[in-house]
Design a protein around this ligand. Structure first.
Ligand code: UDX
Length: 431
């Protein structure tokens, strides 16, 4: 087994470290946030990731997983060094590499001979060379090993991946990194670093394209009177299309897709190629936010113009507590800007959860503690995130406490016959 330093303990770094320790490696994770390191050492997990708490607890008990303050303290005794730091989007759409370069600079002088530094964070094409330049160590190989982890299922995605991608021109370094995954049953492909970095961006951009396509098809279905659920079911039987990632919604979001698709468009532009197709994928997505917001605005009847809209779902998807680049927030910002009032509930967002107003200071909405508190006196009800608990709403109770009878289901979560049977007007997406 190997000794691995993990630099950065966000959902990628923490998941990678915990899973590598579960696979038997000696892992030491570093962060710059002293309070976060102390909480992690106590087994406190700051994020919602299914199964992660069990793996961290297992690693702490076995001594296979440790947490320290500062990258140098982790790297000084390790053979592999995984860079899992944020690569946020800069103003011009390009990824900001300042955290990556700072982490590389911090470990350069303490790296043991013949170490392998691994880019796990999603980094622009060509970043392997950037890290090598900052390290300035001819005895140290820099390898790309992009992550394909979805929030909420990151542990499963790490331990049962569709593939492991390794980008390196140094054959021996690639073999050493591949050996870290020897207990994982998945294809391991080795390519050059630029191709590995491009695989990551192209995969996310393709998935985002698939979603923009199905959201556009949903709009077409509304125009021609088709049912998008049947359309995507019929499409998905074709193995070349597949059933996954065909659920229409309010638009797509999260901490990756928006950042990565804009970054890829910028990478292409900088390389001299105007990626019009990808720019259209982004435009369709923003159009979907606006289209969904208009449905919420239209759901308030004139005689109830003073009543609020009850909104269920704020996170960017069910199963996570992440609010970054959430489609729900994109929709609600447009609704609030149109002068309407909103009371919102989300099982992963507490009433006094100030993350919402830190990330979105202009979003003036009230967060409440349950769906019925949101619906009391509401002109209409909208579902924006597909939390399972929203399929069990008591529509008899909602009929008693709501003023209006309009429901907008932006995730096609409900069976329309259930609210309709209780006198509600139901509007889904594409049906
Ligand atoms: C994504 C990629 O899936 C993952 O491989 C990559 O490593 C990181 O980015 P994540 O951002 O966690 O993962 O979310 P994902 O589950 O992909 O969903 C992204 C967005 O698409 C969400 O807003 C989700 O609600 C939306 N979505 C997803 C749909 O609208 N319909 C679908 O059928 C699937």
């Amino acid at each position: 087994m190997a000794s691995i330093a993990i630099i950065g303990t966000g959902y990628v770094g923490l998941t990678t470290g915990a899973c590598f320790s579960h696979l038997g490696h000696d892992v030491i994770c570093a962060d710059i946030d002293e309070d976060k390191v102390r909480r992690l050492q106590a087994g406190e997990i700051p994020i919602v990731e299914k199964g992660l708490d069990r793996l961290v607890d297992e690693g702490l008990r076995s001594g296979k997983l440790r947490f320290v303050l500062g990258a140098a303290n982790a790297s000084k005794d390790a053979e592999f060094h995984y860079l899992c730091v944020p690569t946020p989007q800069g103003d011009d759409g390009a990824a900001d590499l300042s955290y990556l370069e700072a982490a590389a600079a911090e470990i350069a002088s303490v790296l043991p001979d013949n170490s392998v530094v691994v880019n796990k964070s999603t980094v622009p094409v060509g970043s392997t060379r950037v890290v090598a330049r900052v390290l300035g160590r001819s005895d140290v190989a820099v390898v790309s090993n992009p992550e394909f982890l979805r929030e909420g299922t990151a542990v499963a995605d790490f331990l049962q991946p569709d593939r492991v991608v390794i980008g390196s021109r140094d054959q021996e370094a690639a073999i050493r990194v591949a050996a870290l995954y020897s207990r994982i049953a998945a294809p391991i492909m080795v390519t050059d670093p630029v191709s590995a970095e491009t695989i990551k961006y192209a995969s996310n951009a393709f998935l985002a394209s698939k979603l923009s396509f199905v959201n556009a098809i949903a709009t077409l279905c509304e125009a021609v009177g088709a049912d998008v659920n049947d359309v995507v079911l019929g499409m998905g039987y074709d193995s070349r299309i597949g059933r996954e990632f065909l659920r229409p919604g309010p638009g797509w979001g999260g901490s990756c897709f928006p950042k990565d698709t804009r970054a890829l468009a910028k990478i292409a532009e900088d390389a001299g190629y105007e990626f019009h197709f990808l720019n259209e994928v982004l435009r369709v997505n923003h159009d979907q936010f606006t289209r969904t917001a208009q449905k919420l605005i239209d759901s308030v009847p004139a005689h109830l113009s003073d009543a609020h809209i009850a909104v269920l779902g704020l996170t960017f998807k069910a199963g996570t507590d992440d609010l970054r680049d959430s489609p729900s927030i994109e929709v609600l910002q447009r609704v609030v800007d149109a002068g309407l009032t909103v009371k919102a509930y989300d099982p992963a967002v507490l009433v006094d959860d100030n993350r919402l107003f830190e990330i979105y200071p202009d979003l003036k909405i009230e967060v409440v503690s349950d769906p019925y508190a949101a619906s009391e006196g509401a002109a209409s009800l909208a579902i924006l995130t597909e939390w399972d608990e929203f399929t069990w709403l008591d529509f008899d109770k909602l009929a008693e406490i709501m003023k209006g009878r309009n429901i907008v289901d932006a995730r096609n979560l409900l069976d329309p016959t259930i609210p309709r049977r209780r006198g509600f007007n139901y509007r889904g997406v594409g049906r």
